[in-house]
Each structure stands twice: as structure tokens, then as C-alpha cells.
Design a protein around this ligand. Structure first.
Ligand code: HEC
Length: 97
């Protein structure tokens, strides 16, 4: 059974936050790339692909579930795409986080 509060199926944003904080993700860019006006990532699938591409530059070698945790964290914190790629019901309280 999956009862997810978060938009990303399988992703645990709290664990993603820890993984992200312990990573060297910010060695090439800061978090401003997640919020800049012309950011490239425009949906959850693109975000997952980008996290995989970027992770491949690091010795971290996150497992798939860890990638999804980080995607969930980045989405909750910066992108806020909603449940576009899952069957989960959309969260109706956008703007409260
Ligand atoms: C080797 C350098 C490097 C590392 C390490 C790196 N990135 Fe990136 N990342 C980039 C580059 C280059 C871009 C594209 C920036 C641009 O287009 O200006 C990018 C873009 C991104 C974007 C898309 C931003 C947008 O435009 O929406 C995300 C999300 C991202 N990185 C996440 C991560 C995460 C998570 C990690 C850690 C696993 C990470 N990056 C580590 C180089 C890196």
C-alpha cells in the first residue's frame, strides 16, 4: 500500500533532504538553479532525469529509491510540480508550504 502525502511516488522528502545535504550536489551550482526564472526542468520526469544526470557526475551513486527521495525533496522545496506523473490525488493546498 502506498499512501503518499508527497507528489512523487516512492519518494521520501525527509530522507531526500538528508541525502542532498550530505552530497556534493552544490559543488557545481547552488540551489538558485532550482528557482531561477529560466530553469530547465519543467516537470517531475525532467527533474528525475536531471537528478540522475547530475548524480552521475558524483561518486555518490545513489540507488533508485534515493534518487526518488531527492526528487521528492527538491520538488517539495523548490519545484512544487504536484502529482503530474502519478495516480495520486492532487494536493489541494498549494501555497501552504
Ligand atoms: C559536475 C557538476 C554538477 C554536479 C556535481 C551536480 N550538478 Fe546539477 N547541474 C549541473 C549543470 C551544468 C546543470 C545545468 C545548469 C545550467 O543549465 O545552467 C545542472 C542542473 C541541475 C538541475 C536543473 C536546474 C534547472 O534548470 O531546473 C537540477 C535539478 C540539478 N542540477 C540537481 C543536481 C543534484 C540533485 C545534484 C547532486 C546529485 C547535482 N545537481 C550535482 C552540474 C552539476
Amino acid at each position: 500500500m502506498l499512501l503518499m502525502q508527497t507528489a512523487v511516488a516512492g519518494g521520501d522528502p525527509a530522507n531526500g533532504k538528508k541525502l542532498f545535504a550530505a552530497s556534493q550536489c552544490l559543488s557545481c551550482h547552488g540551489t538558485e538553479v532550482f528557482t531561477r526564472a529560466d530553469r530547465k526542468v519543467s516537470d517531475l520526469n525532467a527533474l528525475e532525469s536531471q537528478v540522475r544526470r547530475c548524480d552521475a557526475n558524483l561518486p555518490t551513486n545513489w540507488f533508485d529509491d534515493e534518487i526518488l527521495d531527492v526528487v521528492a525533496y527538491l520538488n517539495d522545496t523548490y519545484y512544487k510540480f504536484g502529482a503530474a506523473t502519478t495516480n495520486a490525488a492532487p494536493v489541494p493546498n498549494a501555497g501552504t508550504q
